[in-house]
Design a protein. Structure first.
Length: 117
């Protein structure tokens, strides 16, 4: 099972980015999917989470700015990030939980988001 994240880059404060993460491999089904981030010197933290039924959960620091969505047919999860702030700078990781997978789910390698003028 592999998770390939893309869409990171350099953006000015107030700008937008859309992250994508495609899950590939021998997967019967995917339960929850999520995005996490880790800034330099900080612990990895949850950004947003979406269940297989479409229920979403967001960290307080992104509510109203970020939107998580998924395409079950393509096994892909997205993160639309608007009104980006310098403190959003981090490596963003996607996560996918499956019934047969490891505790904590599968992780992608991450994509770097840098918000700077």
């Amino acid at each position: 099972v592999q998770l390939q994240a893309s869409g990171g880059g350099l953006v000015q404060p107030g700008g937008s980015l859309r992250l994508s993460c495609e899950v590939s491999g021998n997967i019967f089904c995917i339960n929850a999917m999520g995005w996490y981030r880790q800034a330099p010197g900080k612990q990895r933290e949850l950004v947003a989470h979406i269940t297989d039924g479409g229920s979403t959960n967001y960290a307080d620091f992104v509510k109203g700015r970020f939107t998580i969505s998924r395409d079950n047919a393509e096994d892909t999860v997205y993160l639309q990030m608007n009104s980006l702030k310098p403190e959003d700078t981090a490596v963003y990781y996607c996560n996918a939980a499956t019934p047969q997978g490891p505790p904590g789910g599968y992780w992608g390698l991450g994509t770097l988001v840098t918000v700077s003028s």
